[in-house]
Design a protein around this ligand. Structure first.
Ligand code: 9MG
Length: 279
């Protein structure tokens, strides 16, 4: 089965004939400086608008960190962080994605104008399938082994690509049974989410296998800690490595690349599209 070249995001159809960029926008306490929540949100909105001008097709707004070791936040706190930013960016030309696993946040973000739900728990929380279905948003279903607090302790697979593929296939089926049409669905192997460097490299080499599930594949590779291990670089110095991974993922079939450095990632994907398209 070949994957479709578009994604239905609430009222909008997003073309994915060539790979595009999802810009990362974190609205978490490390982004709340001395100015407090309001100023942090204003800065986040400006940053989001900058990523739109740099060519992001999606902006992924997240209010709860999913880094290894991260602690959960309450529904009320996540709503307060995320909803004003989604509402402010919804009028932009990008599709606003909300990075959440909480049904209440999915519903409020959709109400505020989000077009995509990016769930690292693949709609496994009670009520999440129904909230996503009712929202009309597209959904990205991600694979994770374990939970962010502990997922990197001892990840284990017999065959990482087969296990990730089986999980994502089952979640696609659950979404369809719940009434979420396939044209609204994308999948993500979840690089770094309960995976060591060898698992991530295998998944990247075999990414094409996941496209056979028949929906667009999203890859989040930007600045991840396993890239730090490969290159010996700190977070702020991982641009070259992140771009290399973005190019490889696109060549292996990824249609959406989740990235911090939007302008540079848009450029490399334009080059990939020109080479692959023969243009
Ligand atoms: C929220 N988030 C952090 N990393 C991610 C990744 O690799 N994929 C997706 N879909 N979301 C992510």
């Amino acid at each position: 089965m070949s994957e479709p070249l578009e994604l239905q995001c609430a009222g909008r159809r997003v073309a994915l004939a060539t790979p595009c960029v999802m810009g990362v926008l974190n609205v978490t306490p490390d982004s709340f400086s001395d100015g407090g929540r309001y100023l942090a949100q204003q800065a986040a909105i400006e940053h989001g608008l900058r990523m739109v001008t740099e060519g992001a097709t999606f902006i992924d707004v997240g209010g709860e960190s999913t880094r290894p070791g991260a602690e959960p936040v309450s529904v009320a706190e996540e709503l307060a962080r995320v909803v004003p930013v989604v509402r402010a960016l919804a009028a932009s030309s990008a599709v606003i994605s909300v990075d959440t696993s909480k049904p209440e946040v999915m519903r409020a973000a959709a109400e505020a104008g989000a077009g995509l739900i990016n769930d690292v728990r693949a709609l496994s929380a009670a009520g999440a399938l129904e909230a996503a279905r009712d929202s009309g948003c597209a959904v990205c279903l991600m694979h994770m082994q374990g939970e962010p607090r502990t997922m990197q302790r001892e990840p284990h697979y017999a065959d990482v690509t087969a296990e990730v593929g089986a999980f994502l296939g089952a979640r696609l089926a659950a979404c369809e049974s719940a009434g979420i049409a396939r044209r609204r669905l994308a999948i993500d192997p979840g690089f770094g989410f309960g995976k060591n460097a060898a698992h991530n490299l295998t998944l990247l080499r075999q990414l094409r296998d996941l496209t056979r599930l028949g929906v667009p594949v999203l890859a989040g590779l930007s600045r991840k800690s396993w890239l730090g291990k490969l290159t010996g670089r700190d977070t702020g110095e991982r641009l070259a490595g992140s771009l290399a991974l973005a190019v490889i993922a696109a060549l292996h079939g990824a249609r959406i690349i989740r990235a911090h450095d939007v302008a540079a990632t848009v450029d490399v994907l334009r080059v990939v599209a020109a080479v692959e398209g023969g243009g």
